[in-house]
Design a protein around this ligand. Structure first.
Ligand code: ZN
Length: 504
């Protein structure tokens, strides 16, 4: 009740993390700030009233017990049966806690949650769940934080002698086939199209995401692990740490930092990438502000002192892109409301005017996403800059069935189309003209690699290659733009992507 009235939240793993991370001084500040608030007083009064009520009933119990109707045989029989029934079903349902106890990974927990809807649960269950989820995720984060410390102690250097900017943009829910860059008939990516034409942008044709969940993609793309080689994210360092150690100014502007803040998915990734230790070793600057649109996030970065360039810079942006509902992802100005249902030529039996409008809004969000990428790239176009943009995963917007978002296939299981729309992603490398002049060989190897098969968990290897990072975590066989690159089996959604979708 206190959490709900004061913070507008229920019991969640984040609450336990906050408690665990709090020290004495913070507790004192907390008590001063909230213990005497209106919501807190309502809670105290409610507890007092409830206690008084129980005491009152207990005092009266003797009299209630003597009531004649309660003494009758059939009432006793009915009450007895009812109690036995409740006791047995109650015992049976404790299996809920056993199945929870068995969940040791994020994926298991997520599955457990979906299986045991409705959510939020009763207070007792949600306390048990929150403590367990906190402990289960925390162990891995502890391993990751220790590794971060070790990594930062070791010397790391790169081969860049001059100034350089590396821009790393993680997009969101971008359906590859809705980009004009990849052949969509509506002009949704005018900036990227033009840059490709000019020769400043390479669009990779065969890239997939390892998962269709943002947080799992984040952990596995920001760490140096390779899923095809059986490595877990927390066993390898968070790659921005290596850049910071090599002398780069590392900035992280992440619009999803407070997106569904109390949900398990945000909790699990934030407790990792904003862990106190990791933050210290990984970033020079981060922002914890909230933004409505991706463009606002970029504006905020440009205004902050973090945008003052050092000699070497790694600029990380995490966008909301085309996340459902796409209509909320772009300002509805005339320019960005370019497409409407009239532009969508589709005639499947499930298609309606409203659904066509939703598709058009998704395309508008894609157009806005292209504008945001342009906004970032243009700012650094006259400097030695290279930019990687890719989406965390794909999405569906009535593309081949009457469904939007990332619903799984249900009874029909995983299908070709599901894998294609939800896991294939746009993946581009853009370079400024000064970069092209300075590093013609790099540009050449990037161009030559554009059609090789790749999964985004190994994206950091490309960055290491570009700057010539000298670290044991660089592995040429996982580096898409290296001549030694070896494509590996891409297992996604439980199927071998190349066999299942590409028939290779
Ligand atoms: Zn996502």
């Amino acid at each position: 009740m206190f959490l709900w009235l004061v913070f507008g939240t229920t019991i969640s793993p984040l609450i336990f993390q906050l408690v665990a991370e709090t020290n004495g001084r913070e507790s004192a500040e907390f008590i001063n700030a909230f213990a005497f608030s209106k919501g807190a007083f309502i809670t105290y009064i409610s507890v007092i009233l409830l206690t008084a009520f129980i005491v009152f009933i207990e005092k009266k119990w003797k009299k209630i017990k003597e009531k004649e109707w309660l003494q009758k045989r059939y009432t006793t029989a009915i009450l007895g049966c009812l109690s036995a029934f409740l006791l047995l079903t109650g015992l049976y349902n404790t299996k809920l806690y056993y199945t929870l106890y068995k969940c040791q990974t994020y994926t298991d927990l997520e599955k457990w949650l979906t299986k045991n809807l409705p959510f939020p649960m009763d207070s007792f269950t949600s306390i048990v769940y929150s403590i367990h989820a906190f402990n289960a995720t925390n162990n891995k984060i502890k391993i990751a934080a220790n590794l971060a410390k070790d990594t930062y102690r070791q010397p790391v250097t790169d081969e860049v002698n001059d100034s350089i900017n590396i821009i790393y943009i993680l997009g969101e829910s971008f359906i590859k086939s809705h980009a004009s860059l990849y052949g969509y008939k509506l002009k949704t990516t005018p900036f990227m199209d033009a840059e490709q034409k000019k020769g400043n942008l390479v669009a990779f044709s065969d890239v997939v995401a390892p998962f269709n969940l943002t947080t799992l993609v984040e952990k596995n793309t920001f760490c140096c692990n390779s899923l095809s080689d059986g490595e877990e994210w927390y066993q390898t360092p968070y790659f921005p740490i290596l850049f910071k150690k090599a002398g780069y100014q590392v900035t992280m502007w992440d619009i999803q930092r407070d997106f569904s803040k109390y949900a398990l998915f945000t909790f699990s990734v934030n407790s990792f990438i904003y862990n106190k230790e990791i933050k210290k070793y990984a970033y020079s600057y981060t922002s914890d502000k909230s933004f409505l649109y991706d463009g606002d996030l970029v504006d905020d970065f440009f205004k902050s002192k973090a945008s003052r360039l050092e000699k070497k810079n790694l600029l990380i942006f995490h966008l909301l892109g085309q996340h459902i509902s796409a209509s909320d992802r772009y300002p509805h100005t005339k320019y960005f409301s370019k497409f409407s249902y009239k532009d969508i030529n589709r005639d499947e039996s499930y298609m309606t005017k409203d659904k066509k409008q939703e598709i058009a809004e998704y395309d508008n969000a894609t157009l806005y996403n292209d504008y945001v990428i342009k906004k970032i790239a243009e700012r650094y176009a006259d400097k030695t800059t290279v930019m990687i943009y890719f989406s965390d995963h794909g999405e569906e917007i009535y593309d081949y069935r009457d469904s939007k978002g990332r619903k799984n296939a249900g009874s029909s299981g995983v299908t070709h189309n599901l894998v294609k729309y939800q896991y294939e992603v746009p993946f581009v490398i853009w370079f400024s003209t000064p970069f092209m002049e300075k590093y013609p060989n790099l540009v050449k190897s990037i161009r030559e690699s554009k059609d090789k098969p790749f999964m985004t968990d190994n994206v950091c290897q490309i960055l290491f290659h570009i700057v010539g990072m000298k670290t044991k975590w660089y592995k040429a066989d996982r580096d898409l733009i290296s001549p030694h690159y070896v494509p590996k089996k891409r297992m996604i959604a439980g199927v071998d992507y190349d066999k299942y979708v590409k028939n290779r």
